[in-house]
Design a protein around this ligand. Structure first.
Ligand code: FE2
Length: 367
C-alpha cells in the first residue's frame, strides 16, 4: 500500500485537558522549566475555556481546562484525570492528510478547517486514536501568531529566569498504553493510517519482573521525527503497571512523553533543584550497569548521584531517567533521555525500572 504520501513532519503540540490549567501551567514552568508563550481564555474572547501555551526547545505543550460544568474538557478530566487529549502532528497538507487517514479507516473527529487571523492562516483537522486520544493534523506554513488564532502572546514572569535552566530540546517519543489484546490492533492502525513501521518489538520475555509483564511495539516513520511505542499488559503474578494505568485513566491513553536533552546531567540537576521527583533505582544498579555498559563520556559518579540510568545497544548508548507521575492519579509521567548514538529504548534498564515502579505501585496499594 502506498503510504509515503501521508507525511508527518513531526509533533506540533501536545494538549492536556486538566482540572486547573492555571496551576498546572505554574508546575510546568517552575518544576519542568517550560516558558509561557501564549494564552486563550475569557480575556481573549474564549468564554468557556482557559488554555496556556508553554514551550521549551521544540516542545510545545498546551494546558487547557473547561470553565463550565458540562464542557467536554471538564467531562474528559472527570473521567481520565489530568490527561493528554491530543498528540498533534504537523503535516504539509492537512486536508489531504485527513482525506487519506479517513479513507484508510481512521475515524474523523474534525474535518479540515481553515483558521485565520492577522498573523496568517493554518489548516487543522483531527482523527481519533486509542481511548479518547486524538491526533490533530496541523498545517501551519506561514502562520506567524502564537499557536492558533484565538491565542495572545504572553511574556513569562521575569522571576522564572532566576531558576536553573533545564535545557529540554524536543520530544523523543510518545508512549501509549492500550488494553490486553489491542497491541496488534493499534500497531496495525499506525502502519495503515500513517505508513509507520515497526522499529522494535519487546515480548513479555524481555519485559518482565517477578510480578508483572508487558509487551511493547515501537512504531516510527523511518526518519526519527515520530516514534510511538505502544504497550499492552501481559499476564503476570500481580497487576502490571499497565493495568494500574488503564484503571486509573479509565482506558487507554498516553503513558509517558520522553523529552530529549543534550546534557542529561545538567538537566536532571536543574529538575531536581526545581523539585521534580524521579523514580529511584537501588545503588546496586550502578555496579551492574557499569559492567553492562562500560565507558561513557559522563562521570559514573554524577550519574549515580543523580540516579540516571544507562543502556547500550549496537549503535551507541543512551542515558535516561523517569519521573514519578505528575498528577494524583498514577498515569502520565516523563522520561528524560539523552541519546549518544543509541536508537533503542533502554531495554537493559527495564527490569530495574519496573522494580522501582512496582515499589511505587505497592505503596499505592495497587500491586
Ligand atoms: Fe520511553
Amino acid at each position: 500500500m502506498a503510504t509515503q504520501d501521508l507525511e508527518l513532519s513531526g509533533y506540533d503540540a501536545i494538549e492536556y485537558l486538566v482540572g486547573n490549567a492555571h496551576q498546572a501551567a505554574h508546575y510546568y514552568r517552575t518544576a519542568l522549566g517550560f516558558r509561557l508563550v501564549g494564552y486563550a481564555g475569557p480575556e481573549t474572547g474564549v468564554a468557556d475555556r482557559a488554555s496556556y501555551v508553554l514551550e521549551q526547545g521544540t516542545i510545545r505543550l498546551v494546558l487547557s481546562a473547561g470553565l463550565t460544568p458540562d464542557h467536554p474538557a471538564v467531562r474528559h478530566q472527570a473521567r481520565h484525570g489530568d490527561a493528554i487529549r491530543d498528540v498533534a502532528f504537523r503535516v504539509p497538507d492537512a486536508a489531504t492528510a485527513y482525506e487519506l487517514a479517513t479513507s484508510r479507516g481512521a475515524r474523523g473527529v474534525q474535518a479540515p478547517q481553515v483558521l485565520e487571523d492577522d498573523h496568517g492562516q493554518l489548516v487543522v483537522a483531527a482523527i481519533a486514536t486509542y481511548g479518547d486520544t486524538i491526533h490533530s493534523l496541523v498545517q501551519r506554513d506561514g502562520y506567524r501568531g502564537v499557536h492558533r488564532p484565538g491565542y495572545v502572546p504572553m511574556e513569562d514572569d521575569p522571576r522564572m529566569a532566576g531558576l536553573p535552566p533545564v535545557g529540554l530540546t524536543g520530544v523523543d517519543h510518545v508512549v501509549a498504553n492500550v488494553r490486553l489484546g489491542e497491541l496488534s490492533v493499534w500497531s496495525a492502525f499506525y502502519e495503515r493510517i500513517f505508513g509507520l513501521r515497526e522499529l522494535r518489538h519487546f515480548d513479555d520475555g524481555a519485559i518482565s519482573t517477578e510480578y508483572t509483564a508487558l509487551r511493547s511495539t515501537v512504531l516510527w516513520d523511518g526518519r526519527g521525527r515520530v516514534k510511538l511505542p505502544i504497550n499492552e499488559p501481559a499476564v503476570g503474578l500481580r497487576r502490571s503497571q499497565i493495568e494500574e494505568f488503564l484503571d486509573a485513566n479509565d482506558g487507554p491513553g498516553v503513558q509517558h512523553l520522553a523529552l530529549a536533552t543534550d546534557d542529561i546531567v545538567a538537566t536532571v540537576r536543574a529538575l531536581t533543584a526545581r523539585g521534580v521527583r524521579f523514580l529511584q533505582v537501588p545503588d546496586t544498579y550502578y555496579d551492574e550497569a557499569f559492567d553492562r555498559v562500560g565507558v561513557v563520556e559522563e562521570s559514573w559518579e554524577d550519574l549515580a548521584r543523580l540516579g540516571v540510568l544507562v543502556d547500550r545497544d549496537e549503535e551507541g548508548y543512551l542515558l535516561q531517567l523517569f519521573t514519578q507521575p505528575v498528577q494524583d492519579r498514577p498515569t502520565v509521567f516523563y522520561e528524560i533521555i539523552q541519546r549518544q548514538g543509541a536508537r533503542g529504548f533502554g531495554v537493559g534498564n527495564f527490569r530495574s525500572l519496573f522494580e522501582a515502579i512496582e515499589r511505587a505501585q505497592s505503596a499505592r496499594g495497587n500491586l
